[in-house]
Every structure is written in structure tokens, then in C-alpha cells.
Ligand binder design. Structure first.
Ligand code: ADP
Length: 478
């Protein structure tokens, strides 16, 4: 119904209809002087020029001149004009109508140009915002055609990149493999954006180097906007690739740093017990060590091998958690039961410290019970290790939003504020307090990896000399 033909027919009819109405009114009912008639007709022509366009205004102006002459200029009822003054009036009427119509049309064209430019600017702005949000080059490239098509209202978009002959598309067009050589050739030869047959071809270039091509169907953009679109896409691809390069470089550096740290720490940690074992074994082998002394040396070998064993198991466990090789089975776990199991597992803690437990029986978390138990156990053992024998330890738990928080508080040596964030790093042991207390510096790193794998977190608040509170937050069972 809204086809251009129907619109044109409606406009022609209403333009000539309005002319007929004005002429009839002045002819039949309102008898005014010819100047008033001419001004009314002029007004109609101006309105037509502003609303419908120049051709309607010019056609109606010519018809209006004829009707004006016929009905309102003496001798009325003929096309002849006796008074030369009336010739002048008629000519002035036609000229004014046409000139004014042209001015109105020009104003209309300029307004619509300004609107089109504003729309294109908005398109570029919206597109730049969408392109800057992409997190990776792959996401950016596959999202470009859809983003461009959505902001320009194109029916389809195809992005072709010379590098790797890659094609990304959105909308109903599908580019077959046969078309790729054609796209490649077009990319290398296209010098500027152009549009023909309902398809816009926009070069994607970095400087003068062609990088690809954007094809848009069902939309017409000005040459400048199309080229700005191409530059914007080229820039966003460059930016994304540069950012990814930097991130890759930093990740490689970080992994190298961690690897070196791990090797350093393992060598250092392994060397101490190995030296003791070697020393004790050599003394035993050389003979001359008997009785109580011999037993002591054997005890050293026994304890140090245990330490070695623990160290190696923890390093392996950490590596498995890092590589996400620990398979976890999440289910509803009652927190009260979990704390009880942890107490049973490290029963030695309660031999040295009074333990207070305040855990509501109803609390449930979504967890792998066996794996999470290790975290509670580790925190409990730390609370015992780093506080004087007889100092109380308290375990509490509470629901906080969608999480359940388990707190393990001791009244021990506490942790220096500067070291509180570092103790969760692997192999890190606090400088002042940890001396003399056996440990590997892996327990908290493992605990953090486990809680994070559960979708939770671990934190500490501590005051040197007063004690520490370790809090583990785990998602509550929905
Ligand atoms: P480890 O206890 O084997 O040294 P962890 O990773 O469990 O390793 O702990 C790292 C460091 O954090 C410890 O060496 C200790 O300095 C500090 N730390 C952990 N828990 C406590 C605590 N409850 N009170 C004081 N310091 C603690």
C-alpha cells in the first residue's frame, strides 16, 4: 500500500484537489480581489514545495496560473488578457511561485542531508561503542558483520579478511568458497568505498595496506561515512590484536615467573630435609653411633622423609588443581557435619587447644565434601600451629546472602598486615612467625584454589599478637 507509486498518486490528487478547492471557494462563495486569490494560491504552492517537493509545486503553479488567468483576471472566463498590467501580474505570480518553491525544496534537501549525516554519525558512534566492548579478536571479528548490520539497518553484512582468507557474515547472504577469489581481488583493487546495485563495498585498510572488505546489502551510506566505517573497523581490529598480544606476553611472563618460583621453592624446600636425611644416614653408615644417638638419627630420617612426602604430595595436589585435573562432585553438604568430619580428621588439634563450635545445624553448601573438608582441616591445623598450646580456637558459620561463611578464629601470633595477602601465594610463609614452625607454605594456596573451584573465596583478618580469623565463603545450597 505504501509503494512509491501509491504515494505519488495520493500526492498528485491532493495537490490538484487543494487547488480546485481554493479556486472554487473564491469563485463561488468568497468574492475577493485578484491579489488575495494570488496570495492564497502562492501559499498553497509554498506548502506543496515544502511538504511534497519541487515537481508538485511547479506543476500546480502552472495550473494555478492558467486558472487564475481564466477565473480571476479580466476578461473573466477567457484565457485572453487585455490589460498589459495583468500580464505582468501573471508572470510575477508564476515566477514567485517557482522561485519560492525552489528555495523551499533546497531548504528541505539541506535539512534531510543534515538528518542523514547525523544518522550516519550516530551509526559510527554506536558501532565504535559496540566494537570497543569485544573481549577478544575472535569475538570482535565474528561480531562485526552483525554489529554493522544492526547499527546501519543493513539487511546483511559480510566481512572478508585477506589474512587467512576469512569470511564472517550476518544476515541472509552466504558467501561460498567460490566467491573468495573474487573478494580477494576486489580487496586488492578497491580504492574507495562504493555502492552499486544495492550493495556497498567498503575497503578495510590500515594506512594504505588493504586488510579486507566489508559488503553491506540493503543500505546506502555516504562515501565519507562508508570510509569512516572501514577505518573504524580496521582500527578496532588492530587495537584488539595489540591488546591480545600484550595479554599473551604478560601471561607468558607470569607463567615463567611462577615456574621459576616453584622450582626455586621446591629445590629449597626439598634440600633441607634431604640434607638432614643424608647426614643422619651417613652417620649411621660410618658406624660408631649406637644406642640412644642411633635412635635419634633414625627418628630424624623418619620425620624428614615424612616432611618430604608431604611437600611432594602438596606440590602435586597444587599442580593438579592448577591444571583443573581434580574432579569434584558437587552436592548438598551439611556444614555442621563437614566441620565434625574435619575435627575427626585432625584430632590432634583438640588435644592441644580447646575448640568452640557454633554452627547452625541447618546450613548447607553446594560442595565436594571430601575436598572442602581439606580446607577446614588445613585452617584448623594452622590455627593450632600458629597459637600457643591451650589457646582457644573458635569455629562459627553463618548464612550471608547466597553464601555460607565459615570462620575459624584463633588467638595466636597473628599476621603482619603487609603479609596478609601474600600468605595465600604458594610456598609463602610469613617471615617472623613461621620460623621454627614446620610447614610448606602450600596449605593456604591449596585452600584458595579449592574454594575458588567451588565458586567461593577465602580471606583473613588478623592482628599481630592478637590472633587471626580465616573466613571461607562457599555458595549456599539453593
Ligand atoms: P604452612 O602453614 O605450611 O607454612 P600455609 O599456606 O598453610 O603454609 O600458611 C602460609 C603462612 O601463613 C604460614 O607460614 C604462616 O606464616 C601464615 N599463617 C597461616 N595461618 C596462620 C594463622 N592461623 N596464624 C598466623 N599465621 C598463619
Amino acid at each position: 500500500m505504501n509503494s512509491p507509486r501509491v504515494v505519488a498518486a495520493v500526492r498528485w490528487t491532493s495537490a490538484f484537489g487543494a487547488l480546485a478547492v481554493i479556486v472554487t471557494i473564491y469563485r463561488r462563495w468568497l468574492h475577493v480581489n485578484p491579489t488575495t486569490v494570488a496570495l492564497s494560491l502562492l501559499l498553497l504552492i509554498l506548502v506543496l514545495a515544502a511538504e511534497f517537493g519541487l515537481r508538485y509545486a511547479v506543476a500546480v503553479a502552472i495550473a494555478a496560473t492558467a486558472l487564475y488567468n481564466f477565473y480571476f483576471l479580466p476578461p473573466v472566463g477567457t484565457f485572453t488578457i487585455t490589460d498589459p498590467q495583468n500580464w505582468l501580474a501573471l508572470f510575477a505570480f508564476l515566477a514567485t511561485a517557482i522561485i519560492a518553491s525552489r528555495l523551499a525544496q533546497r531548504a528541505k534537501d539541506e535539512a534531510s542531508d543534515a538528518r542523514a549525516r547525523q544518522r550516519e554519525l550516530e551509526v559510527l558512534f554506536r558501532l565504535s561503542r559496540e566494537l570497543l566492548q569485544s573481549e577478544s579478536v575472535a569475538a570482535l571479528l565474528s561480531g562485526i558483520p552483525a554489529a554493522v548490520a544492526s547499527v546501519t539497518a543493513a539487511s546483511s553484512g559480510v566481512l572478508y579478511l585477506l589474512e587467512g582468507d576469512r569470511v564472517y557474515q550476518a544476515g541472509p547472504v552466504a558467501v561460498s568458497a567460490i566467491e573468495i577469489p573474487h573478494l580477494r581481488q576486489l580487496t586488492n583493487t578497491l580504492t574507495g568505498a562504493k555502492g552499486d546495485g544495492g550493495e556497498m563495498q567498503v575497503p578495510i585498510r590500515t594506512g594504505v595496506r588493504p586488510r579486507g572488505l566489508l559488503l553491506l546489502r540493503g543500505v546506502t551510506l555516504s562515501q565519507e561515512s562508508a570510509e569512516a566505517l572501514g577505518s573504524l573497523i580496521a582500527l578496532s581490529i588492530e587495537r584488539s590484536q595489540a591488546l591480545e598480544g600484550i595479554a599473551r606476553g604478560e601471561a607468558a611472563k607470569e607463567s615463567e615467573r611462577l615456574r621459576t618460583l616453584m622450582i626455586d621453592s621446591i629445590t629449597h624446600e626439598l634440600r633441607t630435609p634431604l640434607t638432614s636425611i643424608k647426614g643422619a644416614a651417613t652417620a649411621l653408615l660410618t658406624g660408631g653411633v649406637a644406642g640412644e644417638n642411633g635412635r635419634e638419627l633414625l627418628q630424624i630420617i623418619d620425620e624428614e622423609s615424612d616432611r618430604l612426602n608431604r611437600l611432594v604430595s602438596e606440590a602435586v595436589e597444587m599442580a593438579q588443581l592448577d591444571a583443573q585435573q581434580v574432579s569434584m562432585h558437587f552436592a548438598a553438604v551439611n556444614v555442621c557435619g563437614l566441620v565434625q568430619e574435619a575435627r575427626d580428621q585432625c584430632a590432634w588439634v583438640e588435644e592441644q587447644h580447646p575448640l568452640r563450635v557454633q554452627v547452625p545445624r541447618t546450613l548447607e553448601v553446594r560442595a565436594d565434601a571430601a575436598v572442602l573438608r581439606k580446607v577446614i582441616c588445613n585452617l584448623l591445623e594452622n590455627a593450632a600451629k600458629y597459637s600457643a598450646v591451650g589457646a582457644p580456637i573458635t569455629i562459627t558459620a553463618e548464612a550471608r546472602g547466597e553464601m555460607v561463611v565459615v570462620n575459624i578464629a584463633d588467638q595466636g601470633v597473628g599476621i603482619d598486615p603487609a603479609e596478609q595477602a601474600l600468605i595465600f601465594e604458594r610456598f609463602y610463609r610469613a617471615h617472623t612467625q613461621a620460623e621454627g614452625t614446620p610447614g610448606t607454605g602450600m596449605g593456604l594456596a591449596i585452600s584458595r584454589a579449592i574454594t575458588e573451584a567451588h565458586g567461593g573465596s577465602i580471606a583473613v583478618t588478623s592482628q599481630p599478637g592478637q590472633g587471626s580469623v580465616f573466613s571461607v565463603a562457599i555458595p549456599a545450597m539453593a
